[in-house]
Design a protein. Structure first.
Length: 266
C-alpha cells in the first residue's frame, strides 16, 4: 500500500496503529505544548480552535454486543501531491523542504485560507486571535518554535525544529546529517504516545519500522483515492475501519477501491 518514493532522499512519514490508539489525547496535548499553541479563547467554538492534531472517534454503527470503536489521530498528511501548495498565491506553503515535509512560512501568509479550502483532511487551521497565555504559562513556551500572530494559517510540520536540532547534533558528532539513526528525530506526538501507536521514520529507508508498517497488508491511507499520496499511514486489522478511511460505498472492495464481487463486505 505504500506510495512511490519521490525525489527526496529522505521522506519523513508516520504509521499510526488504530488498533493500539486509545484516544487518550496525549499526542494532542504534546503537539500544543511543543509548538506553542496558545489556549483557545473560546473552547466551545470548535471552528476557531487552533489544534494541529486532532483525534476522531470512529464507530462501526452496530449495536451491542457487536459495537466497536476506533480512534484516529489526524496530523498533516504531508502529501506527496499536496492540494494546498498550488493554490497559495504567495508561496507560503511548499513541498520543496528536504524530507518531504510540506512547509508553512508564516511571515509570507496573508490569511486568504485558500489552502484550508483545498485540503481534504482539514489539517490546516486559521489563527483568529493573537496568542495569549494565562499568567505564568508563558514560562512553558518552547524556545525552538515561534509564536504566530492572528491572521495566518497554521499546520503540523512534524516538529520540524526537532529535525534541525538532530541535524546540528549529527554535524557536531561528525556524522552525516542526512543519514540519522531511526530515533534521532521523533515528533512530540510520537514520543509521548503511551501505547506506541504512532511510529515515525523515513519511508524511503527499508530498515525503519515506519517503512515496514507502511508496506504491511493492513496499512491504508486516508482518502487515498484522491491522489494526494499522503505520507501518513493507518494500520488496522478491522475491515470496517478501512472502509471509513476512504469513504467506501456499499459493494466496494476496500483493498482496491473497486466493486466487490458478491455484494458488500460485512
Amino acid at each position: 500500500m505504500a506510495g512511490n518514493a519521490s525525489h527526496f532522499k529522505i521522506r519523513w512519514g508516520m504509521a499510526i496503529d488504530l488498533d493500539k490508539c486509545t484516544g487518550c489525547g496525549a499526542c494532542v496535548v504534546s503537539c500544543q505544548v511543543e509548538n506553542n499553541n496558545a489556549p483557545s479563547m473560546d473552547g466551545d467554538d470548535k471552528l476557531r480552535t487552533v489544534n494541529w492534531l486532532k483525534v476522531y472517534r470512529l464507530e462501526n454503527g452496530k449495536t451491542f454486543p457487536d459495537a466497536d470503536v476506533a480512534y484516529l489521530p489526524r496530523p498533516c498528511m504531508q502529501c506527496g501531491n499536496p492540494s494546498c501548495v498550488p493554490v497559495c498565491p504567495v508561496v507560503a506553503t511548499d513541498k520543496n523542504e528536504e524530507g518531504g515535509i510540506v512547509s508553512q512560512v508564516y511571515p509570507r501568509c496573508i490569511g486568504c485560507r485558500y489552502c484550508m479550502a483545498a485540503c481534504p483532511y482539514h489539517s490546516r487551521v486559521f489563527n483568529w486571535f493573537d496568542p495569549v497565555w494565562p499568567k505564568g504559562m508563558e514560562k512553558t513556551l518552547t524556545p525552538f518554535t515561534s509564536t504566530r500572530p492572528r491572521g495566518v494559517v497554521e499546520k503540523c510540520h512534524f516538529c520540524h525544529h526537532r529535525w534541525n536540532m538532530a541535524k546540528e547534533k549529527a554535524r557536531k558528532d561528525g556524522l552525516d546529517p542526512m543519514s540519522l539513526p531511526e530515533d534521532a528525530y521523533i515528533p512530540a506526538c510520537a514520543e509521548v504516545c503511551p501505547t506506541g501507536a504512532l511510529v515515525f521514520g523515513d519511508l524511503n529507508n527499508h530498515d525503519h519500522q515506519v517503512y515496514k508498517l507502511a508496506h504491511s497488508p493492513y496499512a491504508r491511507r486516508l482518502l487515498e483515492r484522491l491522489g494526494g499520496d499522503p505520507q501518513v499511514y493507518y494500520v488496522s486489522r478491522r475491515e470496517w475501519v478501512w472502509k471509513q478511511l476512504d469513504n467506501y460505498l456499499p459493494g466496494e472492495d476496500p483493498a482496491h477501491g473497486t466493486k466487490a464481487k458478491g455484494g458488500a463486505h460485512g
